[in-house]
Write a protein that binds this ligand. Structure first.
Ligand code: NAD
Ligand code: ZN
Ligand code: ZN
Length: 339
């Protein structure tokens, strides 16, 4: 099978022939049809974060395909079923986080395309119970971005606890942001889109954003203050400075939802203690979503409530695709068509 492999951090990926893996007990083998390119895959390939994957590895955690074989003891999934392989590759199922509905915080979790090989390949193995069924009403090309960008922003909007008519500023209208705008609209919010590109702001407007702010041209903190300030700011841009702007754009009682994960070398975000205390601000970290969150994301999409904006690329063009995302020229998400 063909797979895109990181052999060395920051070096180009190589597209290699590998043996098709065999499912261990409890695993399924999936013939992938599509897999998205999340900015996290670029952080993985660059070794950007304090906890690093070990090369060689295959990135990809927006994998969607059909089960072609099951390992011993698998009863929850069957051959022919279409499933999604998300960042939460596997969790222990027993710890306090797992049993209280917070499996995404499990200390024993495995992450697809990071600690175990992911979906930038024609086949992948996955823990059967964590491979989330994809309903018939959702195409594989749409299901792929929903599997990380969708579930992550759906969860971010959930943990923000938004009431209808609250004002939500979404900083960064990329793969994640174009879906965040739509989930914020679904809970009734007034949505402010912030990006450094007019094309992304036009896309956000098409997807229902009420206001657009180009942070390369105006100070987004002032622009959002002129609109009355934000009750919630969702930080999705790979820039600590943008997190600080998101914090500063909040009204009293506001919530900063931290989602993007800039490289360690970009440094920390600085948060003023005085404003945090006096304004009663909450700073909340949000990491992907559970299997149930993803099932809900698929259900909403099948109902026609969300739109996925993406373009396809071939796996052989993986290095060009990464350059396109870094260059900011991509309309929301790139998806590898693996059929
Ligand atoms: P992306 O590259 O598709 O989107 C980033 C967007 O931010 C682009 O539209 C870009 O134009 C915009 N941007 C860049 N600088 C900006 C600035 N200063 N102000 C406003 N906008 C700016 O990336 P993505 O795939 O959407 O991922 C975003 C981040 O989220 C990455 O760091 C990724 O690793 C992280 N992520 C986190 C989780 C999680 O669970 N917490 C899940 C997935 C991805
Ligand atoms: Zn656990
Ligand atoms: Zn991701």
């Amino acid at each position: 099978m063909k797979a895109a492999v990181v052999n060395e951090f920051k070096a180009p990926l190589s597209v290699e022939e590998r043996d098709i893996p065999e499912p261990d007990p409890g695993q399924v083998l999936v013939r992938l049809e599509a897999c998205g390119l999340c900015h996290t895959d670029i952080h993985a390939a660059h070794g950007d974060w304090p906890v690093k994957p070990t090369p060689p590895f295959v990135p990809g955690h927006e994998g969607v395909g059909v089960v072609t074989a099951v390992g011993d003891g698998v009863t929850s999934r069957s051959v022919g079923q279409r499933v999604a392989i998300a960042w939460l590759g596997e969790a222990c199922g027993h710890c306090d986080h797992c049993v209280s509905g917070w499996e995404t915080l499990c200390e024993a979790q495995q992450n697809s395309g990071y600690s175990v090989d992911g979906g930038w390949a024609e086949y992948a193995v996955a823990a059967a119970d964590y491979a989330v069924p994809v309903p018939d009403g959702v195409s594989s090309l749409d299901a792929a971005p929903l599997t990380c960008a969708g579930v992550t922003t759906y969860k971010a909007i959930k943990v923000a606890g938004i009431s209808p008519a609250e004002r939500v500023a979404v900083f960064g209208i990329g793969g994640l942001g174009h879906l965040a705008v739509q989930y914020a609209r679904l809970v009734g919010a007034e949505v402010i889109a912030v990006d450094i590109s007019d094309e992304k702001l036009e896309l956000a407007a098409e997807l229902g954003a009420d206001h657009g702010v180009n942070a390369a041209e105006v100070d987004p903190v002032e622009a959002i203050a002129d609109l009355g300030g934000a009750d919630v700011a969702v930080a999705l841009a790979v820039s600590p400075a943008s997190f600080e702007q998101a914090f500063a754009s909040l009204r009293r009682g506001g919530r900063l939802i931290c989602v993007a994960l800039p490289p360690e070398t970009a440094g920390p975000m600085h948060i003023p203690i005085f404003d945090t205390v006096l304004k009663g601000i909450s700073v909340i970290g949000s990491i992907v979503g559970t299997r149930e969150d993803l099932a809900e994301v698929f259900r909403l999409h099948a109902l026609g409530r969300t739109r996925v904006i993406s373009e396809t690329r071939r796996l052989g063009d993986v290095n060009d695709a990464v350059a396109e995302v870094l260059g900011g020229s991509v309309p929301a998400r790139l998806v590898f068509d693996l059929t």
